[in-house]
Design a protein around this ligand. Structure first.
Ligand SMILES: [Zn+2]
Ligand SMILES: [Zn+2]
Length: 393
C-alpha cells in the first residue's frame, strides 16, 4: 500500500460514512458491510468479494487513529482529486462486466480470491508493520498493479452483437534491465540520506505535523548514482501488450467496461490492476440506436400513408413485416417488439420503425395530372384556425 494508493482511495466513501464519522460509526458501518459482503454469504460472487476487500482495507486504515490521521493529512495535503483516475471516480458510467469476460479474466479472478482469502490480512499487516509509510514500505511488499484505461472504436453491429477484438495497450511497465530500481545493473541505489528511505519528510508546526514528498529523492526513498541505460534511471519503460478483449453484446457508446485483473501486473506477488475499456461506437448507415432500441426510418409514399401498407424491413436476424395502418401520419413510429439490442438480462430492446412520407420533386406527367384531379376532389387541409387568425390580424 503506497501513499499514492491512499490518495486514490476514498475510504470514507467505501464505508459510506462522512469524513467526521466517530470511531463508533466507523465500526458500525464496517460491521454491517462486512456481514453483508462476507465471502461465506456470497459464494462465487467476485464483486462482493472485491467490495469486501475494499471495505476491510478502508476499515484497517480508518479504525486506527494514527493511520486515519495520516490518511486524512495526506489527502488534504496532496488533494485527492488530482490523483483519482477517471476509471475509479467515473463509477456512474462504469459497467462491471468482469463476470462475463473470458477465461483469462476468470483465472485472474480466482487468483484474486486466493489473495482475498487467508493471506489477505497477513499481507496488510506486513505492509503496515515496521512503522514505515510511503513508497519505500510499499516497495518491499506486494503491490497491486495499476488500473489501465483504454478505448475501443466498435462498428455499430459489433457493439450490438458483441465481438472479440485485439486491444493493444501501451502502458508503463517495470524496466527489465534494472527490475525497476533505476540503477545500472551491478550498482545498487542507496537509501536517501534526507528521508532515511521513507520518501516523505515531516515538519512540525505547532501541534500540527506536515508531510510532503522528500525533495532529495522525489519521494522514492532511494537515490540512484549510476543510472540504468535502458530506462535512464526512471525504473520504468513503456510496454506494449496485446489482449484479446471480448466485448459483450449490447454495449453502448460512452460505456465503460471493467476487465478485472487485466490492468498492469502487480509487483512482487501483488494482484494485477483492472482494465477499463471505454467504448466508442461508430454510426450505422441503416440503424440508429436509442438505449436498447434500434431505430429505422422507412420512406413511404403519400398513397401508402393514406391507404396503409405492409412494409418488409430488415432486422438484426432476418426481415419482418410491419403493418402501416391506413391514415398513418408521416413521422409515426411503429414498434417491433424484441428486435432491438440484446440486453444483459437476456432480453432484447425493440425495433422502432418511423415512417417518413416522401414528397417527390418531379412527377411523371400522368402522375401530375392525377394529382391535380386529386387536389380538386380532396377535402382542404384542416387549417381554419390558422386562416381565422390571419383574418383577425
Ligand atoms: Zn532500468
Ligand atoms: Zn528522500
Amino acid at each position: 500500500m503506497s501513499s499514492k494508493d491512499w490518495l486514490e482511495k476514498d475510504f470514507y466513501a467505501v464505508l459510506g460514512i462522512s469524513k467526521s464519522a466517530s470511531a463508533d460509526e466507523i465500526k458500525k458501518a464496517y460491521r454491517k458491510l462486512a456481514r453483508e459482503l462476507h465471502p461465506d454469504h456470497n459464494p462465487g460472487n467476485t464483486q462482493a468479494e472485491d467490495r469486501f476487500k475494499a471495505v476491510s482495507e478502508a476499515y484497517d486504515v480508518l479504525s486506527d487513529d494514527k493511520k486515519r490521521k495520516e490518511y486524512d493529512e495526506m489527502r488534504t495535503l496532496f488533494g485527492s482529486s488530482a490523483f483519482r483516475r477517471g476509471a475509479r471516480s467515473g463509477s456512474g458510467s462504469t459497467f462491471d462486466m468482469s463476470d462475463i469476460f473470458g477465461d483469462a479474466a476468470a483465472g485472474q479472478a480466482s487468483g484474486d480470491r486466493r489473495f482475498g482469502g487467508a493471506g489477505f490480512s497477513d499481507l496488510f499487516s506486513s505492509i503496515f508493520s515496521g512503522g514505515g509509510r510511503g513508497t519505500t514500505t510499499a516497495r518491499r511488499g506486494p503491490a497491486r498493479g495499476r488500473d489501465v484505461e483504454a478505448e475501443v472504436l466498435l462498428a455499430f453491429r459489433d457493439a450490438v452483437n458483441g465481438a472479440t477484438l485485439p486491444l493493444t495497450l501501451r502502458a508503463p511497465g517495470v524496466c527489465d534491465t534494472c527490475h525497476g530500481t533505476g540503477a545500472k545493473p551491478g550498482s545498487v541505489p542507496r537509501t536517501c540520506p534526507v528521508c532515511q528511505g521513507v520518501g516523505l519528510t515531516t515538519s512540525n508546526q505547532g501541534s500540527f505535523s506536515f508531510s510532503e514528498p522528500c525533495r532529495e529523492c522525489q519521494g522514492v526513498g532511494t537515490i540512484v548514482d549510476v543510472k540504468c541505460p535502458e530506462c535512464l534511471g526512471t525504473g520504468g519503460v513503456t510496454k506494449t501488450r496485446t489482449l484479446n478483449v471480448r466485448i459483450p453484446a449490447g454495449v453502448a457508446d460512452g460505456q465503460k467496461i471493467r476487465l478485472a485483473g487485466r490492468g498492469e501486473p502487480g509487483a512482487r506477488g501483488g494482484p494485477a490492476g483492472d482494465l477499463f475499456v471505454l467504448i466508442k461506437v461508430r454510426g450505422d448507415n441503416l440503424y440508429g440506436r436509442y438505449g436498447d432500441d434500434l431505430t429505422l426510418a422507412v420512406p413511404i409514399t403519400f398513397p401508402e400513408a393514406v391507404n396503409g401498407v405492409d412494409l418488409t424491413v430488415p432486422t438484426l436476424d432476418g426481415a419482418v413485416t410491419v403493418r402501416v395502418p391506413p391514415g398513418t401520419p408521416s413521422g409515426r413510429t411503429l414498434r417491433v417488439r424484441g428486435k432491438g439490442v440484446p440486453r444483459r438480462d437476456g432480453g432484447h430492446g425493440d425495433l422502432l420503425v418511423t415512417v417518413d412520407v416522401v414528397i417527390p420533386k418531379d412527377l411523371p406527367e400522368t402522375a401530375r395530372t392525377a394529382l391535380e384531379d386529386y387536389a380538386q376532389a380532396a377535402p382542404p387541409a384542416p387549417r381554419e384556425h390558422i386562416d381565422r387568425q390571419v383574418r383577425h390580424g
